[in-house]
Design a protein around this ligand. Sequence first.
Ligand code: S3P
Length: 434
Amino acid sequence: MSITFKAEPSDKLTGQIRVPGDKSISHRSIMLGSIAEGVTEVTGFLQGEDSLATLEAFRSLGVKIEGPDKGQVRIHGVGMHGLRAANQPLDVGNSGTSMRLLAGLLAGQSFTTELVGDASLSKRPMRRVTDPLAEMGAVIHTSEAGTAPLTIEGGQSLCAIQYTLPVASAQVKSCLLLAGLYARGQTCVTEPAPTRDHTERMLQGFGYPVKRKNATVCLQGGGKLTATALDVPADISSAAFFMVGASIASGSDLVLEHVGMNPTRIGVINILRQMGADITLSNETTVSGEPVADLRIKSAPLHGIRIPEDQVPLAIDEFPVLFVAAACAQGQTVLTGARELRVKESDRIQVMADGLAALGITAQPTEDGMLIEGGQMSGGQVNSHGDHRIAMAFAIASLRANGAILIDDCANVNTSFPGFVDLACACGLNLSVQ
Ligand code: S3P
């Protein structure tokens, strides 16, 4: 179903809110809970389409999962070798994380599985996981273009590898670590730059030893996971929309509760602070091995910056809304080293440049980034191309536009942020569904 958002001008964001649970951690809670021994209790689980696709996939693989009910899930783990063949292909919809991580986990099973996805996911590159998995001995068929559907042949015996990632990707790293659980020997993955480490942290929470030395993370195959309790923090990637919104809308004062502050995810805070944002942390603590805090954001004048390339993997999902921040900043913002944005749920460089241009902003896409001149945004019509984060980024832009913004193709906001429209309106956005 096609959904259009109408975002009309509004002035400020205020109040105290909690955005939904972290998507990356929610996926991993189902995956690891399913292959653990015992019952894993999850709270704060993201009831969005992506993480629900993972949950349904594991039900199809024979795992009893109760919930989700207000973020609570009970997973009756079947142990490392207890998954059963699904009787139909597993459809993971729009979710790249489900497909890439499942590819690794399923490569070591005794049965064959087919993974399918929607039109967007079926265009995204999968050789980045199938090539190294093949080196481990997996047999996976893709389309000729190296895309889904993926058929993962069962009954292969996997061998550990030492692999250096050609791109900084937590999905590829996690895929190989999950395959490594089923491989003979020690699997080691070296990353060119730090990427989110939720898999490593959560494996340790399930009692599975993981060693890190500098940029290399290793685990020994053949161990077991023991069920645990997991509290999923609010997703910093969802919080990011409100961090930018409160920064750009004068008079704003907004508190975001219990947000995940994993150091491999806080690029958005580092970048916004460099641009002049006023963000303070309180109630800092650790839940289920992940740091969390409450964030208070007050509006502040932003200025353009050259975004440090080392922050790119740490803010990889936040660029759509960071481009909106740049459009509202004084001067020029330059992003380089972010070619990966072209293979996300949409080509986020081109789609954002087109949308910003439609709102009167000078935005020059480059092969691996963007140049944006801050200026006055007008109203206009933009297309999210079915990309949840593009849709929400343009909704936030309405805080500084001088006319209504119509945003087409917004249904996929539900993949990561169910309830976005209501929550955004509750703190001051003037947003409706057409
Ligand atoms: C994710 C990793 C990132 C991110 C995605 C979720 C994960 O992808 O963009 O939304 O949960 O591991 P890459 O690791 O491919 O950059």
